[in-house]
Design a protein around this ligand. Structure first.
Ligand code: FAD
Length: 232
């Protein structure tokens, strides 16, 4: 498979378990929002969703779990130094932002926000006119990251709103509970028809499965309107 190179420009620790890395886009790789790259690390591969819009041609970012000295975690956090090159395989994946004007709801859990961030940045850059909403599931307040970004987008786009949903801690600044329950309450309160949206779900295996089942069984959304990626 074709290989590409990028230079590590910066690292930013977002929470004790989440790292954001920015690479100079040396080979001018192009991709569809939602796609991921494959980084070979020793004899193993790790997959990372591109966390920036392809419209930012000069660089791209990844958002990585850096827990428990995992292979990918250790590589990005400790081994790879600023200014060094990383080799990776071309962007791929079918979890793609659809090029249409349908209103969109994004349901992310944990670092599943990476692919969804690329999609939301793309909608902002292309001046998307329909409503788009983000429900971002994390465990507790200490897991909150990227809040300033969503706040800035919300301040400048009246058609965007975001909601952090804390599953394990009540906090007056954030919603409590799972993203699915919070979504249902929002749709009901605002008298929105769930059928008027398409849905993008990204995160770990169990969360994505539960959310997709909720969309299909509870809200009656058809498969054609639900796009998802499971981080396994
Ligand atoms: C399509 C796709 C896209 C993806 N996109 C992303 C993304 O954008 N960001 C992202 O972070 N991940 C993403 N992933 C998952 C990613 O590829 C890795 O599997 C994940 O980040 C964990 O990799 P790791 O090498 O750090 O951990 P691994 O070495 O694979 O270990 C897995 C887990 O085991 C546990 N573990 C490992 N070593 C120990 C130890 N010594 N003691 C206790 N527990 C341990 C840790 O909890 C660790 O997280 C994606 C996966 C897919 C399939």
């Amino acid at each position: 498979m074709q290989q590409f190179e990028a230079i590590l420009e910066s690292k930013q620790i977002l929470t004790p378990t989440v790292l954001l890395v920015r690479f100079q886009n040396l080979n001018k790789i192009d991709f569809i929002p939602g796609q991921f790259i494959t980084i070979p690390i020793g004899k193993q591969n790790r997959f990372y969703s591109l966390a920036t819009t392809p419209l930012f041609h000069k660089y791209f970012e990844l958002i990585a779990t850096v827990e428990n000295n995992g292979v990918g975690a250790n590589f990005l956090l400790n081994q790879l130094k600023i200014g060094e090159k990383v080799t990776f395989y071309k962007p791929q994946g079918k979890f793609n932002l659809q090029n249409n004007s349908k209103a969109k709801i994004f349901l992310a859990t944990g670092v599943g926000i990476s692919a969804i961030r690329s999609m939301i940045q793309t909608l902002v850059q292309t001046d998307f006119q329909k409503q788009f909403l983000l429900f971002f599931g994390i465990k507790t307040k200490k897991d909150v990251f990227l809040e300033n970004e969503w706040q800035n987008i919300q301040d400048q786009n009246s058609n965007f709103s975001y909601f952090y949903c804390l599953s394990r801690e009540k906090n007056k600044h954030y919603n409590f509970g799972y993203v699915s329950g919070n979504l249902k309450e929002y749709l009901t309160t605002h008298r929105l028809n769930p059928q008027d949206f398409e849905y993008y779900v990204c995160g770990n295996l169990n969360n994505v499965q539960n959310i997709v089942e909720f969309l299909q069984n509870d809200l009656g959304i058809s498969n054609a309107q639900v796009f998802f990626e499971k981080f396994i």
